[in-house]
Design a protein around this ligand. Structure first.
Ligand code: HAM
Length: 417
C-alpha cells in the first residue's frame, strides 16, 4: 500500500471552519493600519541567507539553528524568511524609499523557523508586522504601542495581555554593559547551565532571558543595562514612559527583556499573555537604529513590531472571543424535483442580484430533497428556500418556524427590510 503523504511537522492547514476568524482578525488589523496611515508592503518569502546572518545576527538561535536554508539551482544560498524586519529593511534601501522622507509600513505573511513545535509554536507561522523608518523619537515608539493596544482592544483581548518594556541602549552603551556582564557571569560560572555557557561566548545578554530556575537568583542581581544608559538613551526611555503614562497604557519595565534578535537599540517591548502557557509572547518589537547601516545605507532610524497571528488567534479562542464569528449562509436554495437543479441555480442568482446583503448558497448536490434539507439545517442557515415540483417557491424561516409558499417578489420583499 502506498504511504500517506502528510503535512510537514509544525506546518498547519487553515481549514474553512477557521478562516472566518482569520478574516475577521485581518479586517480589524487592516482597519487599524489604515486609520494610523500605514501602507502595505508585500515582500518575498525567499531571501538570501546572508541577509539574516547580518541583520538578525549569526549567534542568535534563529540564524544558528532555525533557518530553512538551501542552495537553489544556480547555487545561490537562500532561505525561507524567519522574520519580516530584515527583508523590509532590504527592500526600503534597495528601492530608495527613505530619500528625504519617512515611511510607515506594514506586512503580513508566513515566516519559517525550525523550532520544536508545541502549542503556540509552529514551524510555519504568520506575522503581522509594522516597520517605521526615518523617525528617531520616542513618540513613534509610543505610536507603535498605541497601535498594538488598539489592535488588542478591537479584538477584545486587551485585558489578557501585559506590556513589558526595556531599553537596550546604543551599541557603545551595550558594549560597556556586556563587559561588566561577562565578568559577572564569569564570577558565577559554576551556576551557568550548558546553554548559558555557550551564550557567554556568543551572546551574553541572552543569558538574562534564561528561564532556568536555578539561575534566577544570580540573574536577578546581574548588572543592568538600564544603569549603563547615557544621557540621550535615558531621556529617550523616560519620554517613552511618559507618553505611555499620558495615554494610560499600563506597562512593566523589565530590565531582563532582551529579545532574541541582535538588531535592537534602545526601546524594546513585548506583549505577553498568561493564557497560553510557555508561548505567551503575542507581540514583540522595538527600535533598530543601526540596522540600515549594516547594509551600507546611511544612518536610518527605525522601529517596529510583529504580532504572531496564530498565537493571537489562540488567545482570542482561549478567552471565548470567537463565539460570535460564524460562517453560516443566510439562505440555502433547494429543489424538490431532481430535474429542477438548473432552475434552482437561476433562482439563487435572482435572489443574489436583489439581496446583495445576504449570503445565498445553492444546493447543487443532486440529493433528494430530504437530504438537501438535512444538509441545509446542518449548514447553520437561517432560511431555506425550496423550489417545489409545481414551480412554487417555499420560504422556511427556521427561527420563526414559519413555512409558506410565496411569489418571488414577496420573498424578495420579505428580505429587503
Ligand atoms: P519575534 O519576537 O521573533 O520578533 O517574533 C514576533 C512574534 O512572532 C512573536 O512575539 C510571536 O508571537 C510570533 N512567533 C515567533 N516565532 C513563532 C513560532 N515559531 N510560532 C508561532 N509564532 C511565533 C520578530 O520577528 C521581529 N521581526 C519583530 C520586529 C519587527 N521588531 C521590529 N520590527
Amino acid at each position: 500500500m502506498m504511504s500517506k503523504i502528510q503535512s510537514i511537522r509544525g506546518m498547519k492547514d487553515v481549514l474553512p471552519d477557521e478562516t472566518p476568524i482569520w478574516q475577521w482578525l485581518e479586517s480589524k488589523v487592516r482597519n487599524i493600519t489604515y486609520r494610523y496611515g500605514y501602507q502595505e508592503m508585500r515582500l518575498p518569502i525567499l531571501e538570501p541567507v546572508a541577509l539574516f546572518e547580518r541583520a538578525v545576527g549569526e549567534s542568535t538561535d534563529i540564524v544558528a539553528k532555525e533557518m530553512y536554508n538551501f542552495h537553489d539551482k544556480s547555487g545561490e544560498h537562500i532561505t525561507l524568511r524567519p522574520e519580516g524586519t530584515s527583508g523590509c529593511v532590504r527592500a526600503v534601501i534597495e528601492n530608495n524609499m527613505c530619500y528625504n522622507k519617512t515611511q510607515r509600513l506594514w506586512y503580513q505573511g508566513p515566516m519559517f523557523r525550525y523550532e520544536r513545535p508545541q502549542k503556540g509554536r509552529l514551524r510555519q507561522f504568520t506575522q503581522f508586522g509594522v516597520e517605521t523608518f526615518g523617525m528617531s523619537g520616542a513618540d513613534i515608539d509610543a505610536e507603535l504601542i498605541f497601535m498594538v493596544r488598539d489592535i488588542f482592544r478591537s479584538l477584545g483581548v486587551d485585558q489578557y495581555v501585559r506590556l513589558e518594556i526595556n531599553s537596550l541602549g546604543t551599541l557603545p552603551e551595550r558594549l560597556e554593559h556586556r563587559q561588566q556582564l561577562v565578568s559577572y557571569f564569569n564570577q558565577h560560572k559554576a551556576l551557568l547551565d550548558e546553554d548559558s555557557l555557550r551564550r557567554l561566548e556568543t551572546n551574553p545578554l541572552r543569558i538574562l532571558d534564561s528561564k532556568n530556575p536555578q539561575m534566577q537568583e544570580m540573574i536577578e542581581v546581574a548588572p543592568r543595562l538600564l544603569n549603563f544608559l547615557g544621557e540621550d538613551s535615558r531621556q529617550h526611555f523616560d519620554e517613552l514612559c511618559q507618553l505611555l503614562d499620558a495615554a494610560e497604557i499600563p506597562y512593566i519595565v523589565n530590565p531582563r527583556l532582551v529579545r532574541g534578535l541582535d538588531y535592537y537599540t534602545r526601546t524594546v517591548f513585548e506583549w505577553i499573555t498568561d493564557e497560553l502557557g510557555s508561548q505567551g509572547t503575542v507581540c514583540g518589537g522595538g527600535r533598530y537604529d543601526g540596522l540600515a547601516e549594516l547594509f551600507g545605507s546611511k544612518s536610518l532610524p527605525a522601529s517596529g513590531f510583529a504580532i504572531g497571528i496564530e498565537r493571537l488567534l489562540l488567545l482570542i479562542q482561549a478567552v471565548g472571543g470567537d463565539k460570535h464569528i460564524s460562517n453560516y449562509p443566510d439562505i440555502v436554495v433547494t429543489y424538490e424535483n431532481d430535474k429542477q437543479n438548473v432552475e434552482a441555480l437561476m433562482l439563487a442568482n435572482q435572489l443574489r442580484s436583489k439581496l446583495s446583503h445576504l449570503k445565498i448558497l445553492s444546493d447543487c448536490s443532486g440529493n433528494k430533497i430530504k437530504r438537501q434539507h438535512a444538509n441545509a439545517l446542518k449548514s447553520g442557515c437561517r432560511y431555506i428556500i425550496t423550489l417545489n415540483a409545481n414551480q412554487k417557491i417555499g420560504l422556511w424561516d427556521l427561527e420563526k418556524n414559519t413555512n409558506a409558499l410565496s411569489p418571488l417578489e414577496d420573498i424578495i420583499a420579505y428580505f429587503a427590510h
